[in-house]
Write a protein that binds this ligand. Structure first.
Ligand code: FAD
Length: 462
């Protein structure tokens, strides 16, 4: 007879893992079903490997900045094979630690692809054949995978998605990047630091299209100075492997120009892992793009919750974890009302970095809903900041968005601005006024002082 659990979780990424740890820790009989590897996209193919690449190659950027200031010279060599070995070891050790944590808490780990076969019943295709699990509550945290468009499908040869690029054994000397969002930009920066010549193509006429347009301008000027060939506002007809090269054909009347490189990265967004889960039979609905629709309690059908990338609310690891915590708290009987994400911090890593939380002067995405009342902005340039000067990396700014006299959003671009993330998000959460900023003691010298300068600067119309 199938065991019935208080909670079954589908997917062991940040959303599923955190839900399992919290639920089992609180005494719920919990099973976690994972089709591939614990840690999900974030650990194995996303946040962590990209940051290992960027962290290892960061000295290249630091040296370049000081060389430009004529106070240093030389070069930094990156051993790509060693970096990949280090990455793989780190990921394996983390997966092992996660497994130990779960089993230590009494979570039943079930390896295999799971799908709902009826209300309260799930079937998992395990290596030993199908296994049925009963559940009182189900959390679907099946995440997302790389997206593509017709003509842009990764072929595993010279045309790769982010997962394929992270698995390379040799860094290409030239890289075509299709897509100027977070994933394309982070991976292009790491590749460039390891010697790849970057050509980036995007149908939008600016980089990081979800961000403030002034952020896009700063990114474009920095990357152009670094020698990137930026083709913005152009459409791609196809990307294919031809011999030892990736060939990208631009979509233009009368036959498009061809761009060639050793390899191409397709980074055109993500798609939810929602097909074939059997949720529709329980009453759940999927959006046109396949995201599982959730109500104000993150519920998709009675007793079925969806958290993380698969619900499409915010494709970020910490958003998945935050939602998981909310659902488990409800299951434990603490009803705290509808789900409220608060201001969601998002960060683009590299040099420069981009940080954003709360609203933007012009709404660009779901998190930054159109301002309901007029907003004002105040800003400070990093060039006046001693820490930015010390690092010889002064391009960028901090911008505050004010609504009804309170800080409602903060955006920053520049070297190291991710350091501002927690403090800036808290300022928004607390709804700081100018007086709050004046009364607070900011340490000197720090990058935080650029936040202070932006908070105290004259406000102007957005
Ligand atoms: P996932 O991490 O995708 O995990 C879902 C898991 O479910 C997977 O392990 C999958 O195998 C499993 N699964 C799927 N279907 C089934 C099934 N039917 N049965 C059993 N198991 C199943 N976010 C950040 O916050 N910061 C970053 O810096 C960042 N960088 C990124 C860089 C890259 C290159 C990429 C691709 C993503 C990045 N992200 C980043 C996004 C982040 O990885 C995701 O938002 C996060 O992993 C979502 O977590 P999740 O738990 O919803 O799903």
């Amino acid at each position: 007879m199938a065991t019935t659990y208080d909670l079954v979780i589908l997917g062991g990424g940040p959303g599923g893992f955190d839900a399992a740890v919290e639920a089992a820790g609180a005494g719920l009989k919990t099973a976690l079903v994972e089709a591939a590897e614990l840690g999900g996209t974030c650990l194995n193919r996303g946040c962590i490997p990209t940051k290992l690449w960027l962290g290892a190659t960061e000295p290249v950027e630091a040296l370049a900045a000081q060389t430009k200031a004529r106070v240093a010279s030389g070069s930094v060599g990156i051993d790509f094979a060693a970096l990949q070995t280090r990455k793989d070891k780190y990921l394996a050790a983390t997966r092992k630690a996660m497994q130990q944590r779960l089993t230590g808490l009494g979570v039943d780990l079930v390896a295999g692809l799971g799908r709902v076969v009826g209300a309260g019943s799930l079937e998992v295709a395990t290596a030993d054949g199908p296994r049925t699990l009963g559940y009182r509550n189900l959390i679907v945290a099946t995440g997302s995978r790389p997206g593509s468009f017709p003509g842009l499908a990764p072929d595993g040869a010279k045309v790769l998605d982010s997962t394929g690029l992270l698995a390379l054994t040799e860094m290409p000397k030239s890289l075509l990047v299709v897509g100027g969002g977070f994933i394309g930009l982070e991976m292009a920066q790491a590749a460039q630091r390891m010697g790849a010549k970057i050509t980036l193509v995007d149908a939008l006429n600016r980089l990081a299209g979800a961000e403030d347009p002034e952020v896009s301008k700063t990114l474009e000027s920095v990357f152009k100075r670094q020698g990137w060939d930026l083709r913005l506002g152009v459409k791609v007809a196809s990307v294919t492997t031809r011999g030892a090269e990736a060939v990208l054909t631009l979509d233009s009347p009368g036959g498009g120009e061809e761009l060639r490189a050793d390899c191409a990265l397709i980074a055109v967004g993500r798609r939810p892992n929602s097909a074939g889960l059997g949720l529709e039979a329980l009453g759940a609905t999927l959006s046109g793009a396949g995201y599982i629709q959730t109500d104000a309690q993150l519920q998709s059908a009675p007793g079925v919750y969806a958290v993380g990338d698969v619900n499409g609310r915010m494709l970020l690891a910490h958003a998945a974890s935050h939602q998981a915590h909310y659902v488990v708290t409800r299951l434990l009987g603490h009803d705290s009302g509808p789900y409220d994400s608060g201001p969601v911090p998002s960060i683009l890593y590299g040099a420069p970095e981009v940080f954003r939380a709360g609203i933007m002067a012009q709404a660009q995405d779901d998190n930054a809903k159109a301002p309901s009342s007029p907003v004002l902005v105040s800003r400070a340039q990093l060039i006046a900041n001693p820490i930015a000067q010390a690092h010889a990396a002064t391009a960028g700014f901090v911008k505050c968005v004010w609504r009804e006299g309170k800080v409602a959003g903060i955006t920053a671009v520049g070297a190291g601005v991710s350091r501002l993330a927690c403090f800036a998000t808290l300022i928004i959460k607390l709804g700081w006024t100018r007086e709050d900023a004046e009364a607070f003691m900011f340490p000197h010298p720090t990058l935080d002082e650029s936040l202070k300068a932006a908070l105290l600067a004259d406000k102007e119309a957005a």
